[in-house]
Design a protein around this ligand. Structure first.
Ligand code: HPA
Length: 278
């Protein structure tokens, strides 16, 4: 695995991907960040050696290398999901590659169902913690000591510093940013009423089919990460309406601008801070 990771990183470096500071993984229907950065180079996942290939037709599979205020970014438009049949190791492969390429921060977005009854469609929710219900970890199997320890700590899986900066960015933008616990499930089916009740009881505020594997791998490598959910449906078991994926994508699309501004404002803030520190 380590050799493959190095081959993939070397391929991208040879194509000009140098010194990215941020890695960004954009969730379903959430691509607006790309409209605000200068794009230097775009790679289809299918042309990157050892990358898994995205199969769900509405998930675009592109790795974009770009720049914002002189800072280099790597943006994944479309991620890999367990329900597509990939292993946890495949899903998290790009995160490891981005870390080898030098990213210092990982930002993620996703579409999620709102379990917390105060969450409404279109809300942005900062993930404060998670519950892994995906039945496994990307770290099973021999540990890659070069990347991190056998038993990584998960007491604060989402960087407290990055979360504070996202809260600050939201207040500067007059955007409401709620906070909550994200439960990850395998999917692709949505949940039953009994499952939504169960998720509520175990302390989940929202539920989705992604993000947690990437966060585990980031923590393994001591890569600070943060993630924001867009609430695309309200999962009230006593008043559950059937949802369809086109509606989820539509709701995500409406919140996309807000989310992009939040990320970009926060990246600009970190950039200013690091410039001042030099
Ligand atoms: N459940 C699981 N994943 C989701 C949901 C949901 O209700 N909404 C968006 N992604």
């Amino acid at each position: 695995m380590m050799n493959q990771l190095k081959e993939t990183a070397a391929f991208l470096e040879a194509k000009g991907v140098n010194d990215p500071v941020f890695g960004i993984i954009l969730g379903t229907g959430l691509g607006d960040v790309l409209n605000h950065i200068s794009i230097i180079k775009t790679f289809d996942y299918s042309e990157i050696p050892h990358f898994p290939v995205s199969t769900v037709e509405f998930h675009k599979g592109k790795l974009v290398y770009g720049e914002l205020n002189g800072i280099k970014l790597l943006v994944m438009q479309g991620r890999f999901h367990l329900y597509e049949g990939y292993s946890m190791q495949q899903i998290t492969y790009p995160v490891r590659v981005m870390k080898l390429l030098g990213i210092q921060f990982l930002l993620m977005s996703n579409a999620a169902g709102g379990i917390n009854k105060t969450f409404k469609k279109g809300d942005l929710v900062l993930i404060d913690d998670h519950i892994n219900l995906q039945n496994g970890s990307p770290l099973t199997g021999p540990n890659i000591d070069e990347l991190g320890p056998r038993f990584p700590d998960m007491s604060y899986p989402y960087s407290r510093e990055l979360n504070q900066l996202l809260i600050k960015a939201a207040s500067e933008l007059n955007t409401t940013l709620k906070e909550g616990v994200y439960a990850s499930v395998t999917g692709p089916n949505l949940e039953t009423r009994a499952e939504y009740r169960y998720l509520h009881r175990i302390g989940a505020d929202m539920v989705g089919m992604s993000t947690v594997p990437e966060v585990i791998v980031a923590n393994h490598m001591s890569l600070p990460c943060a993630a924001v959910s867009v609430i695309t449906d309200e999962c009230d078991p006593d008043n559950l309406k059937p949802i369809d994926i086109t509606e989820i994508i539509e709701v995500a699309g409406k919140a996309d601008k807000k989310l992009a501004h939040l990320f970009l404002n926060m990246i600009a803030d970190i950039t200013r801070r690091s410039m001042n520190a030099i």
